[in-house]
Design a protein around this ligand. Sequence first.
Ligand code: S3P
Length: 448
Amino acid sequence: MLEVKEQLHGDNKTQKDSDSVKVHVPGDKSITQRVLILAALASGESRLRGLLHGGDVEATAQALRLLGVALPRIPSDGSELCITGVGSDGLKSPVQNLDLGNSGTGARLLLGVLAGSQIEATLVGDVSLQSRPMRRICSPLRTMGARLEHLCEEGCIPIRVDRSGPLRSIDWMSPVPSAQVKSAILLAGLVGRTEVVVTEAQQSRDHTERLFAEIGAPISIRNIPSGHQVELNNPPDIFAPLDFSVPGDVSSAAFVIAFAALGGAGVSVTIDNVSLNRTRTGFLDVFSRMGIDLTIEETGSGNTCEPRGLITASPSELHDTVVDAEEVPAVIDELPIIAVLGACSEGRTSIRGAGELRLKESDRIHSLVYNLQTLGVEVVEHEDGLEIEGTTRPLKGRIRAFGDHRIAMAFGVLARLKGTHIEIDDPTLSDISFPGFWGLLDKLTQTA
Ligand code: S3P
């Protein structure tokens, strides 16, 4: 069997035999953000490997530096980074604003941390972040006693956090299933040393809970009639540093899987060491319903709390599917690529109950509808979703990414397929979450 090994950008590698290619994707963005924050707050030295080196993560890292954490440069090749935590009382009021750029996760999780700390800080962000809803975070944090002031528009960034007194415990029913809301409350509880309970109608991604267990914070989770509940009880004064390898980001893998399924690589593509956390892999069920030939092999958790493994996708004939409200929290970040795949599938793909999509880095329902129509695809827009009529016509046009990395990459998958003539207005947006995205697709295209 012929084997070719090649080094691409950073951590992305391809390894080829005659009928399949093996690739890596960069580290998981959600997990990277969380391990950086927890390592900064731990007592002792954390050792982190496989971190994503992307725009959102850099914004969070820079904010932590301004808060007094000696956080070295994040390696771009996934090699080990050692961080000495300042302890949960150790953050300092920054002399500058904390600019979270485009990162909703960074902003919302840090709001939780700041609410629990006895410091003053102002959080700012780019135009997209300024338009994203923060009331869902500020309401529970204020209920806990945090002092938060919206400096421009109520419910939006910029937000000033003032020295809050001791926080009160909270039992919060989140109006939307959101890992960012849940995590902000859990982090406020951890840093402010107060008990918190968060309930959501459907379970959102559970990385914070898993990492809390890893650092020795007593967390319990349970299903109750109104949904899924997480409880932080008796938060410790100090908590343990992390020794952690971040798996590849399964949301980034979704683009590679879609490209392979559409025949972009001409052969099967295997993604190695990728997160297989069940709160993130809902899209694999959707892809499989659409007819994508997938093999998933769990390789264990590599001595950490996050499952990981291999996903193999082969060129497939695609057909339509229905995604409804029940399924949305588990596939929220992959809905753009599901919609784009719908355009290349037989039949009419329907995504409903996904109003949250309008509140992401762009209004993703509008971004998808606008761009699919630009390409000549028949689409119906709903307030909470869209319906896409699959087509076999050649796709052609210029995509407006609306400053949104996932919109750029979802259409980027189509742009790199033979027979399409698609240009993306700002291809560099992929660096937010998937540095090396274009290089990886180009490499896969050459194997076809
Ligand atoms: C994230 C949670 C999700 C997701 C986002 C990352 C996280 O947002 O869309 O990309 O890391 O907690 P919501 O919490 O708003 O659903």
